[in-house]
Design a binder for this molecule. Structure first.
Ligand code: ADP
Length: 497
């Protein structure tokens, strides 16, 4: 087994990987950019090395700097987390060439699955259902208008190199096709340096249901059931759960088998996710393969009682998977909510500042994966996700109740968060019914929290702050007198939502 593993990431995922490394007796080595010098992932690691620079582009995205550190400090393997270099085939190849294990699939698999057109072709050829559409890159609208009419409007224009919803455009009718294609091409060019786009039928009000897969180098491939991630804002997931309310045992088995078949078709090793969209008639279609550990992996860890990071390390070390399909069971129900420093009342504008008080909920079957604590700085440099709150319950009803309780008892003061917004989603009658689709938040207009909607967490924090009132703290608006430290007297930056 590896002795020294470097985590090429920051925030909660770097902390998460560190925990498993240390539990396995492996030295956890972190890297950090200047604004992160006091960050939790740096403090918790066994060793930490500076990546000179401020922005992500100068630090966590600099494969050369990271590989240099790895070589200087005798690193055996690199865990890329998610985001940053995790789906960068060149980085995976650089690690390989320098004799450092990359904890993930092979560089070739990353390359092929990173190209939505290649991925769709491979999966279609392997017999996996794919969304009807044009399977080649297209340049101009005029030459394809007949073919698009055959698919039937509305359609989506998608970037071949796309990710995070970028380079995607909905087209309602032929009149809009040319403009939408030009806009998608421009966006794809600037975001990915690749302007290839293709056309896909737009599935109305679909669900996003994905299957966790795992392969080892001994030819074993298994799935670890589904996660439903239909609650999205601007194509970004914010709440995930397993089991999905949309899957019958038969459909679950079919989707699980399709995902394993997909993984086998590409010789997949390590952890990955096969994403599908599910239409209202219950037909599922392949979307893409994410060649890394997902943000929402704790949902699967709760329902299967497996440590996916540990399994990743075993597989990267050439050992067989620690589970097989028959030993894996989906037990109870798990739910995850992503906590962001953002203001739902101001169109989800990111919120920055110092976290002056941070107390996560603590009770049985509640897990908080976090990269921050009291005193942490939330800056403009990186993603504003502060923490993930994950709960488990014997039934969905129990886990919904537990999530509501946990959100009410999550104290974060100093930056504005979406905690109360998340609670409104969880408590929405349609969410409780399990009546989900990817446009849930557009359709239901979940109300932003109002001022009299004071959660328990704020009451607790208010009591805390009044005790601390002689303590001088600068809030984000810059005022420093003790009186303004009262959450009742100061403005939005003090609110826990
Ligand atoms: P990205 O890689 O940019 O995240 P995906 O292909 O994974 O793009 O799609 C992101 C989200 O966009 C999906 O979760 C789904 O909500 C929506 N989406 C993608 N393709 C379709 C489609 N053909 N019809 C309807 N919605 C879609």
């Amino acid at each position: 087994m590896f002795r020294r593993v470097l985590i090429a990431n920051r925030g909660e995922i770097a902390v998460r990987v560190t925990q498993t490394l240390q539990q396995m007796g492996i030295t956890a080595v972190s890297v950090y950019a200047q604004p992160d010098r006091n960050a939790m992932h740096v403090r918790q690691a066994d060793e930490a090395y500076l990546l000179d620079g401020m922005s992500a582009a100068d630090t966590y995205l600099r494969s050369d700097k990271i590989i240099d550190i790895a070589k200087t400090h005798n690193i055996d393997a690199i865990h890329p987390g998610y985001g940053f270099l995790s789906e960068n085939a060149t980085f995976a190849k650089m690690c390989q060439d320098d004799g450092i294990s990359f904890i993930g699939p092979s560089a070739d698999v990353i390359t092929n699955m990173g190209d939505k057109l290649i991925a769709k072709k491979v999966m279609g050829d392997a017999g996996i259902p794919v969304v009807p559409g044009l399977t080649v890159s297209v340049k101009d609208a005029a030459s394809i208008s007949k073919d698009v009419a055959k698919i039937g409007y509305p359609v989506l224009v998608k970037a071949a190199a796309g990710g995070g919803g970028k380079g995607m455009r909905l087209v309602a009718s032929e009149t809009d096709l040319a403009d939408a294609m030009a806009a998608a091409q421009r966006e794809a060019k600037s975001a990915f340096g690749d302007d290839r786009v293709f056309i896909e039928k737009y599935i109305d009000k679909p669900r996003h249901v994905e299957i966790q897969i795992f392969g080892d180098t001994h030819g074993h491939v298994v799935h670890l059931f589904e996660r439903e991630c239909s609650i999205q804002r601007r194509h970004q997931k914010i709440i995930e759960e397993s089991p999905s309310t949309a899957l019958t045992p038969k459909l679950r088995q079919q989707m699980g088998e399709a995902a394993v078949q997909a993984a086998k078709a590409i010789g997949y090793t390590n952890a990955g996710t096969v994403e599908f969209i599910l239409d209202q008639a219950g037909q599922f279609y392949f979307l893409e393969v994410n060649t890394r550990l997902q943000v929402e992996h704790p949902v699967t860890e709760f329902i299967t009682q497996q440590d996916l990071v540990q399994a990743q390390l075993l597989v990267a070390d050439g050992q067989p998977l620690p589970f097989n399909q028959d030993s894996l069971k989906q037990t109870g129900h798990a739910l995850e909510a992503r906590i962001y420093a953002e203001d739902p009342q101001r169109n989800f504008l990111p919120s920055t500042g110092t976290i002056i008080h941070y107390v996560p909920p603590a009770a049985p079957y509640i897990r908080v994966d976090s990269g921050v604590s009291t005193g942490s700085e939330v800056t403009v440099h990186y993603d504003p996700m502060l923490a993930k709150l994950i709960v488990w319950g014997a039934t969905r009803e129990e886990s919904l109740r537990r999530m509501t309780w946990a959100l009410r008892h999550f104290v974060i003061m100093g930056v504005t968060t979406n905690i109360e917004f998340l609670r409104h989603v969880i408590e929405h009658p349609a969410f409780i019914k399990g009546d989900l689709h990817t446009h849930f938040l557009d359709e239901h207009e979940v109300s932003p929290p109002s001022d009299d909607d004071t959660p328990d967490a704020v009451l607790i924090a208010a009591a805390y702050c009044s005790k601390q009132s002689s303590h001088q703290v600068t809030n984000v608006s810059g005022s420093q007198n003790a009186e303004s430290n009262s959450p009742w007297l100061s403005g939005g930056s003090w609110r826990a939502f």
